[in-house]
Design a protein around this ligand. Structure first.
Ligand code: FAD
Ligand code: SF4
Ligand code: SF4
Length: 1007
């Protein structure tokens, strides 16, 4: 039986006292110290893992100040600020307290377009800021691949930059002023001041005075050494930015500049005033294709010289991975293959201008040079002027880092030497030598980067569960440090230092490094702010974090290999954070979007399961045996475990909480770059969890819905009357935890068809098996699902009519449970048996080669994915198509009544993530028949099967609907709103005064 899994992780006493005091104070944010909450922020995108003592989530500058003031009473209480947690080198990891700015401090406070600035809280996500600026014609210029989840606070503290940095600079170039909080709670407002003002300010006996004096001493006093030491690179040396804290003519001092790039080791940044840049009117992107990566690298400088706004490059490894990902569908036409040649390198060359003639002239001149560049390895190029297309190509490029993680096997590409910067003219030679270095260790890797700025992204693949390979990390790091030094570059051209801080003395040199320590001393004398990162205060004996620090592999390797392999999706999460996507119209991940709680994300859930598996192994539990337990505990034992003996130290309870919050929408299964399929391991967890504890009534209800629905449909009038009574609904809510229980279709599907389409109900397998191919080719079988058949019968009825109108003979197959609800709730044994029965039946039909068509996307997709996983080869090769998949193969007639206005298609999130072309196919189908269909960009509707009907999730379900659906639905007339998912139609019906139609119903009516 699943044992009680006690993580035995006690919070240190100082921290306990601190948290208790903070709780008693006027602190208005959240304080979390459950093991799960701590675990959710114990990793980032790096190879490191460090469990903090607690997580505090402030709501204001005053909250931050309270944290500092309260902590002043405890010398040992230390912090690390955290934004999106996308650091690649453990920047935000700490054994102290995580101060998470992202949940509440995420408001754009003010935008002044006339003066060209915006004021934001530190937890605002970069794309969120740009969404607020776009209508005003502006954007926040420094870019980074993680723009949909990294926060402005994180960007400031790593001095982030990326594509276009030659023109747009780094984050530090855009910070006009900061509101920060020191470790003792003092609030600091900083903006550039004249040198005279600075000298005056330095006389104050305050923290600000001391800081100003030290910066004058270090930055002015050591000016010569600073200029001599640092390479003149676009990606200059930060952390701390000694050079640019003073302006070039030494007339101004800007304290914000030293905070920028300080990785939270000086202050908590609370608010920032940043400048904003007008969006260029015209853009063009040229995708130049090469016969080798080296050709792409060597050719790039000439394009930079020809005034390109930016030049980005990717190698063939990255390109090939992108081609296999869902994202390729959006760019396939923009980066086509070259006939008879292999594209082994790609440069993406961007031009921006407010003058159309200027941009056309630049493109004409580039095209001319590319036409003559065959000898330089150019094998083709494509130009696009469309801003939406350009955005799609960059989205593909931004996803590339994550895609590297998709490599099969235990060796995974890792971020530890991934952002070197060298003078761009040295880049090609540097990369050739870098490749030789990695090849000498027999390592695999993919490469891409900002060639214009000399920045290279490379992630060597290592298996961190293997101690020998783990030991290679410091070795390779040392060698890369030496290599970048040889080429006059930097180890950290983009992503900051984090655990690489041990190399800081090497890059700064002893004299200037001492200045850093002096600066740290005036800001944070007790080393409370992100200790170990960048430097320690002068008098401190604390050490820096090291590349050889505690790694995630140390924990992962405690899980037996067989279990790791079996739970590969949870193991392979690399923390790149794409699942924290801020965009409300993106399907990933609704539960994180609505809670703002990192536990409730694919990354959070993958981390919980890994730790759960580790604790099981520590308790000598064989997961395989547990999962296939032939002798599970009795009902009485489970009852006892769930009542008087239910412990509060069982980690399984915390894991259950995060799994319960998952909608099982499966967006992560296809949108996560490494396909972390949460519903898959969630159902396995539930099946093991409920060996120990009692199942709630709602799970039993859902698990049996496919048995109950046909029975209830025998007397729909009676059931509906019963379900329409307030007292019944109240008691269902109170006892089972179910709300808005849907009413059955009346008349039932069976009755409707017997009346209108009697032929379609006469299924006889034996008879079908007798028919010849010609006769069979006119038949189409409809695979029923419990939701559409019993609760949305008019949709199935329309499908029957539509098939007839198209000249085919519809056959309604007998209802056969699909098992999806059992899978969602973790009744895995029952699911396997249901799936086997259904698969056997459908395989018999498949032999007849008659199309099998189903209506509901999540049910149909279950036949493809979960059936394959549970049955393996026994699944057979039957194929159930969705309606649009069948229709695309059929010649369609013109509509009788062409569209008066465009219909809007609200796609089902599981469908559009698993079948990315589905919406476009519906659009094509409508177009062929003369009807107009626009594709509406929305995220999850919040219903997801039965999730939205569970009273415990009602608030979240409503919130998710309001994130994107509510506004989008309001833009259409009710009769124009079309939705492919049963869940989506029910969710709209619940909140609006109408139920949308399925697109097939419009076709049927109009043909
Ligand atoms: C797939 C991938 C691609 C990436 N591509 C790029 C890229 O193109 N360019 C680039 O520059 N970086 C890139 N990064 C690195 C990372 O996204 C950036 O460093 C980003 O700026 C971190 O922002 P965050 O909000 O996630 O910060 P976090 O990771 O949460 O924190 C980063 C650092 O900032 C500190 N910090 C955060 N908020 C505050 C605050 N309010 N006050 C004080 N300190 C704070 C933390 O303590 C930590 O030291 C990439 C990372 C990944 C995973
Ligand atoms: S679940 Fe996927 S998207 Fe999320 S952090 Fe892990 S690997 Fe990245
Ligand atoms: S299935 Fe949906 S809700 Fe669950 S983790 Fe994946 S994206 Fe989030």
């Amino acid at each position: 039986m699943l044992p009680v899994l006690d993580p035995s992780s006690i919070i240190e006493s100082d921290y306990q006292e601190f948290l208790a005091l903070l709780k008693k104070s006027t602190f208005s944010g959240d304080i979390e110290f459950s093991y799960a909450s701590r675990l959710a922020v114990a990793t980032d995108n790096s190879i490191y893992q460090q469990l903090p003592q607690a997580v505090v989530l402030p709501k204001s500058t005053e909250d931050l100040s309270l944290i500092g003031k309260t902590a002043s009473q405890f010398e040992n209480v230390r912090f690390s600020a955290r934004g999106g947690g996308t650091g690649t080198n453990g920047q935000s990891l700490t054994s102290g307290i995580i101060v998470d700015m992202s949940r509440y401090m995420n408001n754009v406070l003010e935008v002044n377009a006339e003066e060209g600035w915006a004021r934001v809280q530190a937890g605002v996500v970069k794309d969120q800021l740009n969404d607020a600026l776009r209508p005003l014609g502006f954007f926040f210029a420094p870019d980074l691949s993680t723009s949909n989840r990294a926060t402005v606070g994180g960007m400031i503290n790593t001095d982030a930059s990326g594509q276009g940095s030659l023109v747009y600079g780094k984050t530090s170039d855009h910070v006009l002023g900061l509101t920060s909080v020191l470790a003792d709670g003092t609030i600091l407002n900083t903006a550039p001041i004249t040198l005279e003002e600075a000298k005056e300010q330095s006389k104050q006996h305050s923290s600000l005075g001391k800081i100003t004096q030290q910066l004058l001493d270090s930055c002015l006093g050591k000016r010569e050494q600073i200029l001599e030491k640092f390479p003149r690179l676009n990606r200059f040396l930060t952390g701390y930015d000694l050079e640019n804290t003073l302006n070039k003519d030494l007339t101004k001092l800007d304290i914000s500049r030293v905070i920028t790039g300080s990785e939270g080791s000086l202050v908590f940044v609370s608010e920032a005033k940043v400048n904003i840049t007008p969006i260029a009117t015209f853009k063009a992107l040229v995708n130049v294709k090469y016969d080798s990566f080296e050709s792409a690298l060597r050719h790039a400088p000439s394009m930079v010289a020809a005034n390109a706004t930016s030049v980005e490059t990717v190698d063939s490894n990255v390109l090939n991975l992108a081609k296999q990902d869902i994202i390729w569908h959006s760019v396939a036409d923009l980066i086509t293959d070259v006939e008879g040649k292999e594209v082994l390198g790609l440069n993406m060359v961007e031009y921006n201008s407010n003058d159309q003639a200027d941009i056309e002239q630049k493109i004409a001149s580039l095209s001319k040079s590319l036409d003559d560049a065959e000898s330089l390895g150019v094998i083709g190029y494509q130009i696009t002027y469309d801003k939406a297309d350009i955005t799609k190509i960059y989205a593909m490029r931004k996803k590339s880092v994550g895609l590297l993680g998709k490599i099969k096997g235990s060796k995974k590409p890792l971020a530890f030497v991934e952002d070197t910067a060298v003078p761009p003219e040295n880049l090609a030679d540097f990369i050739m030598e870098f490749r030789a270095l990695l090849d000498s260790h027999n390592l695999k890797y993919g490469m891409f980067g900002h060639v214009d700025a000399g920045v290279l992204h490379v992630r060597p693949a290592l298996d961190m569960c293997d101690p020998e390979q783990e030991a290679m990390v410091p070795d390779i790091s040392d060698q890369v440090v030496a290599l970048v030094a040889k080429y006059g570059g930097l180890m950290w051209g983009e992503h900051g230092k984090g655990y690489r801080s041990e190399y800081a003395p090497t890059f700064f040199g002893e004299e200037l490094y001492t200045e850093l320590r002096k600066i740290k001393t005036v800001f944070d004398p007790l080393n409370k702010m992100n200790p170990g990162k960048i430097c320690t205060p002068l008098e401190s004996n604390d050490s820096l974090v090291k590349v050889s620090g505690l790694k995630r592999g140390e924990f992962d390797r405690q899980i037996p290999i067989a279990v790791r392999t079996s739970f590969e999706p949870a193991m392979s999460c690399n923390g790149n954070g794409l699942c924290f996507n801020y965009d409300t119209t993106s399907p990933m991940c609704p539960s994180f979007k609505i809670t703002g709680d990192r536990r409730h994300s694919p990354k959070g859930r993958a981390g919980m399961v890994r730790e759960w598996l580790r604790l099981l192994s520590k308790n000598n539990i064989d997961v395989n045996e547990l999962e296939h337990n032939e002798d599970p505990p009795t009902w009485f034992e489970r009852f006892r475990n769930s009542t008087d003996k239910k412990p509060d130290n069982d980690f399984s309870l915390e894991v259950l909480e995060v799994m319960e919050g998952c909608l099982a929408c499966k967006a992560c299964s296809s949108q996560c770059p490494v396909s972390v399929d949460v519903p898959g391991f969630r159902s396995r967890f539930l099946s093991m969890y409920y060996q120990r504890y009692m199942r709630p009534a709602k799970d039993i209800l859902v698990g049996n819905i496919e048995k109950m629905a046909p029975l209830m449909a025998q007397a729909p009038g009676f059931v509906n009357f019963f379900l329409s009574q307030d007292w019944v609904n109240t008691s269902i809510r109170k006892t089972i935890g179910y709300v808005n229980t849907p009413l059955l279709s009346k008349p039932t599907l069976e009755k409707r068809l017997k009346l209108n389409q009697p032929q379609s109900t006469q299924f006889d397998l034996g008879h079908l098996q007798q028919l010849d191919k010609e006769t069979l080719s006119k038949k189409v079988c409809i695979v029923q699902d419990p939701f559409t058949t019993f609760y949305d019968a008019d949709v199935v009825e329309s499908l029957v009519k539509l098939i007839s109108k198209l000249g085919y003979q519809p056959i309604l197959l007998p209802f056969m449970p699909n098992g999806k609800p059992q899978h969602v709730k973790g009744f895995l044994k029952e699911f396997a048996s249901t799936a086997k029965t259904a698969a056997d039946f459908l395989n018999q039909l498949a032999e007849l080669e008659v199309p099998l068509v189903g209506v509901d996307p999540s049910m149909v997709l279950c036949y493809r994915d979960e059936y394959q996983k549970v049955l393996g080869d026994a699944r057979g090769d039957f194929k159930v198509q969705l309606v649009h998949e069948w229709l695309t193969q059929i010649k369609l007639p013109e509509s009788k009544t062409p569209s008066q206005a465009a219909y809007g298609l609200f796609g089902h999130c599981s469908e559009k993530t698993a079948l990315p072309t589905s919406e476009k196919q519906w659009q094509q189908i409508f177009k062929q028949t003369g009807l107009e269909l626009s594709l509406v960009s929305v995220g999850c509707c919040g219903m997801a099967g039965t999730f939205g009907h569970e009273s415990s999730h009602l608030e979240e379900s409503t919130g998710i609907y309001n994130l994107s659906w509510q506004q989008a639905v309001a833009k259409f007339k009710p009769e124009q709103v079309l939705a492919t998912g049963y869940s989506c139609r029910s969710q709209v019906a619940r909140f609006e005064a109408f139920k949308p139609k399925h697109p097939l119903q419009i076709l049927e009516k109009n043909l």
